[in-house]
Design a protein around this ligand. Structure first.
Ligand SMILES: NC(=O)c1ccc[n+]([C@@H]2O[C@H](COP(=O)([O-])OP(=O)(O)OC[C@H]3O[C@@H](n4cnc5c(N)ncnc54)[C@H](OP(=O)(O)O)[C@@H]3O)[C@@H](O)[C@H]2O)c1
Length: 347
């Protein structure tokens, strides 16, 4: 049996819709029929800069929602037809990727979704939430601030009264950082964004939204006027050269800066009393899998009770082919929106 997949044909090459075999789930795996696949900035970066992938043709895409098509040996709790979300992986094995009609998934990091959540909405969750959750709550790992997860027993509200600053609250990742920070009890939750997104971000749990155009100095002054408490956690969901420096400047002694892109803070600015961690936001990665599985055990509930809200969605036309223009749009820049494709609508 074959399916349609969007193939990146070569390093920095073009994308083309092609045919690939539908895989069979092995032990501990499920096969998902993908209804919605969301786009992420890394995908245009892989194509434009030739990053990460060495084997071609390659299928990209990590944000997946759809229905269970088949269940592998030893998997319990899932049956054909269940509505689910899952985070795909990229790499040499295309079978776990999202820009196609069927994908394998590890059952322990797959979550059922309630009927009130559309496939489009559900597909916006996996990458952004994983990046937020791993960056803050992957205990004992060097890619994380190592805090206690709020979805675990006695985790909710544990950091009450402690401030957090989040750069880029309107980004997909930033929105999930705001929400998990709220679950963990952080207060105030201070974020930067275009002020047109301020009301929306307050609705997710931000207590203060500061204009992303403020200079680092102005930002520091505003943060000091909001809280005099020591700032132990700053999450830079943008991690461009200027935001990294401004973000690091806000971290108090003993605190941690979480970055989503490679650290570009000049050596001359770094001090040994402030940690910088680089998150790899995929729950399938060996270092993240235990935290991911514990999160995914609770995820159906967190989505059902509204603790975690999906991103706003814009649906792309033309099935998998529509992803090609979608990635150009993402590269040009979007505001408070996640682009989503429908692989089953591929011509
Ligand atoms: N390390 C990892 O595993 C990992 C995982 C996921 C993503 N990432 C990276 O994280 C970054 C964010 O990804 P995403 O999918 O969340 O992006 P996104 O949703 O496409 O980000 C768009 C948003 O970024 C905001 N923004 C841009 N520049 C800003 C600035 N200087 N200050 C504040 N806000 C700014 C804009 O906010 P306004 O609309 O309010 O202006 C816009 O809404 C990307 O570089 C991505 O590659 C890394």
């Amino acid at each position: 049996m074959s399916q349609k997949s969007l193939l990146l044909t070569a390093k920095q090459g073009s994308f083309a819709v092609g045919t690939t075999p539908i895989p069979k789930p092995g032990p501990g795996q499920v096969l998902i029929k993908i209804q919605s696949a969301a786009l992420n900035p890394v995908e245009w970066k892989i194509q434009a800069y030739g990053l990460f992938i060495e084997k071609f043709p390659s299928v990209l895409g990590s944000d997946i929602a759809g229905t269970i098509e088949a269940v592998g040996e030893g998997v319990t709790g899932f049956a054909k037809g269940d509505r689910v979300l899952n985070q795909g992986t990229r790499g040499d094995n295309n079978e776990f990727s999202g820009f196609q009609q069927y994908a394998l998934a590890n059952a322990d990091v797959t979550a059922k979704i309630v009927s009130s959540l559309s496939f489009d909405q559900a597909s916006t969750v996996p990458v952004g939430l994983a990046t937020a959750a791993v960056g803050l709550f992957n205990q004992g790992k060097s890619n994380s601030a190592g805090l206690y997860p709020p979805w675990e027993e006695n985790g909710s509200g544990r950091y009450a009264g402690q401030p957090i600053v989040i750069f880029g609250g309107a980004s997909s990742v930033g929105q999930y950082v705001i929400q998990v920070a709220k679950l963990a009890g952080f207060s105030p939750i201070i974020t930067t964004a275009s002020l047109t997104n301020a009301d929306y971000l307050r609705g997710l749990g931000a207590t203060h939204v500061l204009d992303r155009k403020l200079s680092a100095e102005q930002l520091k002054a505003q943060v000091s006027s909001i809280t005099s408490a020591s700032i132990q956690i700053v999450y830079d969901a943008i991690s461009e050269a200027d935001t990294q420096v401004a973000a690091y400047d806000l971290v108090s002694s003993g605190g941690t800066l979480v970055l989503v892109l490679a650290n570009s803070i000049p050596e001359s600015k770094r001090t040994s009393d402030r940690k910088i961690v680089n998150v790899f936001g995929n729950v399938n990665a060996p270092d993240n899998r235990a935290t991911g599985a514990s999160l995914y055990k609770q995820l159906t509930r967190l989505l059902e009770n509204g603790s975690i809200k999906p991103n706003r969605v814009e649906v792309l036309p033309n099935g998998l082919q529509g992803i090609v223009d979608g990635l150009k749009k993402l590269q040009a820049g979007v505001s408070n929106i996640k682009l989503v494709a429908h692989p089953q609508e591929t011509a």
